[in-house]
Design a protein around this ligand. Structure first.
Ligand SMILES: [Zn+2]
Length: 171
């Protein structure tokens, strides 16, 4: 598979991450591809779904299984904007996908080499081919912009509350 198509699919995953952002969720997107066919799409939405497992990768894998009518997702590639966590790395092993391509690293919770390396663990019964760094800057910027925006919103909220309290005090 060429580098161009990796970039193409990572841009696709970034578009899905935007949907998470629109819903106030941490913007992470994932797309599962077989050949040139999209078989699963996901974006992070644990808050809205009241589901701690509703990560972008899990949603994409679940949809892929339904489309293929198989719990093994052989010969597929999963593109995700952020390094998978422990749970998603586990699901990736169970799904038997062939290849994982992720954008930005996650130093705090990444389980594909950052915090730990589940996928590269020796003796793991399924070896996934892992690549990273595709559009890494754009993927990381989407997250840092989101967290900056959220901090600013919280600051504005605190200011507004303080002003309201002062006004109540003076009236
Ligand atoms: Zn995850």
């Amino acid at each position: 598979m060429s580098e161009t198509s990796d970039e193409y699919w990572m841009r696709y995953a970034l578009q899905l991450a935007l949907r998470a952002r629109e819903q106030g969720e941490v913007p992470v997107g994932a797309v599962l591809v077989q050949g040139e066919q999209v078989i699963g799409e996901g974006w992070n939405r644990p808050i809205g779904q009241h589901d701690p497992t509703a990560h972008a990768e899990m949603m994409a894998l679940r949809q892929g299984g339904k489309v293929l009518e198989n719990y093994r997702l052989l010969d597929t590639t999963l593109y995700v904007t952020l390094e998978p966590c422990i749970m998603c790395a586990g699901a990736i092993v169970h799904s038997r996908i062939g290849r994982l391509v992720f954008g930005a690293r996650d130093e705090k919770t990444g389980a594909a080499g950052s915090l730990m390396d589940i996928l590269g663990h020796p003796g793991m019964n399924h070896q996934v081919k892992v690549e990273h760094g595709v559009l890494a800057d754009e993927c990381a910027a989407m997250l840092s912009d989101f967290f900056r925006m959220r901090r600013e919103q919280k600051r504005a909220q605190r200011l507004a509350q303080r002003e309201a309290q002062q006004q109540a005090h003076h009236s």
